[in-house]
Design a protein around this ligand. Structure first.
Ligand code: DAH
Length: 337
């Protein structure tokens, strides 16, 4: 009996050594530790032994053999598991030396670059950056800017309305802002003069995309409110901005124009060193009604405002023929800027 036990144990240990995957070891474990295993079967024969001493010796030998087998299974299992882990790590390893040469690097979009530089330049001139919501009320976008219902200028802003019932129940008074000018009103209502802010942001109009129009585009608004602000401050600020942003070889001019929210109003153009003029945007002295809507007394405060398209400016500056190019995300176009 004792020789059988030793033989069964050695056979089991030898088999364990040859198991080379976790799956085959698992099958082997079931077989060796189950009722049909050789050692388990020998155990059932203990009763047929003659003497108590023989039974005791054989029983002890079987237990020792089973312990040895179970320890061998555990040892083999942890060895195979760590080998499998090492193989997986090796298989998933990233060879960083594969990337040779200069890796391609992305950069900010043309419009983002212009937006950020505009902020930098105006911050340098002493302005703060303000913002307002893209979904606006009719009041902030038109009414408070001196365009009450039925004002013909409203028609020029092809407005996109939002399906929304505001708390006052007035359906059709929620819209996507058609310009950044409502930020003027919000800033006046939320803060005290002196106010020196620029507000870049996204604006929306019901336009079909073509070479010069996009239904979503970007503007930057400027607003100054202080005591004794004059048209000369406006012209000087536009000129300082032009030189700082475009370069010392550029200059600016104001041309009389009309906007409901400014009086007097002007368009401003900038001149390239080669003499060409580029129309940039609108500006003027803040209309007394607009100051009042902003909660300010026009007898005490005066101010100027301006606004222009960021995309249009980038288009002019870089000679982009079709503004849609900026939004089709063709890498061959974008990587030029
Ligand atoms: N909001 C005008 C537009 O979108 C641009 C503009 C004109 C803004 C004159 C101003 C301004 O602040 O004074 O067409």
């Amino acid at each position: 009996m004792l020789t059988d036990i030793t033989a069964a144990r050695d056979a089991a240990l030898a088999e364990i050594e040859t198991a080379d995957t976790l799956e085959s070891l698992s099958t082997l474990t079931t077989r060796l530790s189950g009722k049909k295993g050789d050692l388990a079967r020998l155990k059932t024969k203990l009763g047929s032994l003659e003497t108590v001493d023989e039974k005791k010796a054989a029983g002890q030998a079987i237990n020792e053999a089973m312990t040895a087998v179970s320890a061998a299974l555990d040892g083999r299992r942890s060895l195979l598991a760590s080998q499998a882990m090492a193989e997986q790590i090796e298989a998933e390893r990233l060879d960083l030396t594969e990337f040779v040469g200069k890796p391609a690097r992305g950069h900010a979009h043309l419009v983002t670059q212009a937006w950020e530089r505009l902020e930098d330049v105006f911050i340098g001139l002493g302005f703060q950056v303000a913002e307002g919501p893209e979904v606006e009320t009719d009041w902030h976008n038109f009414e408070a800017l001196n365009m009450s219902e039925g004002h013909p200028a409203r028609g020029e802003f092809d407005t996109l309305f939002v399906d929304h019932v505001p708390p006052d129940g007035r359906v059709g008074t929620t819209l996507l802002r058609t310009h950044t000018s409502p930020v003027q009103i919000r800033t006046m209502l939320e803060s005290e003069p002196p106010i020196y802010i620029v507000a870049p942001g996204r604006v929306f109009r019901r336009d079909t995309p073509d070479a010069t129009h996009m239904p979503v585009f970007h503007q930057i608004e400027g607003l100054v409110v202080d005591r004794n602000i004059t048209m000369a401050d406006l012209a000087g600020t536009i000129e300082a901005f032009t030189k700082a942003f475009f370069g010392p070889g550029f200059t600016s001019r104001l041309r009389p124009s009309y906007f409901p929210f400014t009086e007097p109003s002007a368009e401003f153009d900038i001149q390239r060193p080669n003499g060409d003029w580029i129309e940039l945007g609108g500006c003027g002295m803040v209309h007394p009604n607009v100051l009042r809507a902003g909660g300010l007394d026009p007898e005490e405060w005066s101010g100027f405002a301006f606004g222009f398209g960021i995309d249009r400016m980038a288009k002019e500056r870089h000679g982009v023929e079709d503004i849609r190019e900026m939004y089709t995300n063709d890498i061959r176009f974008l990587e030029q800027f």
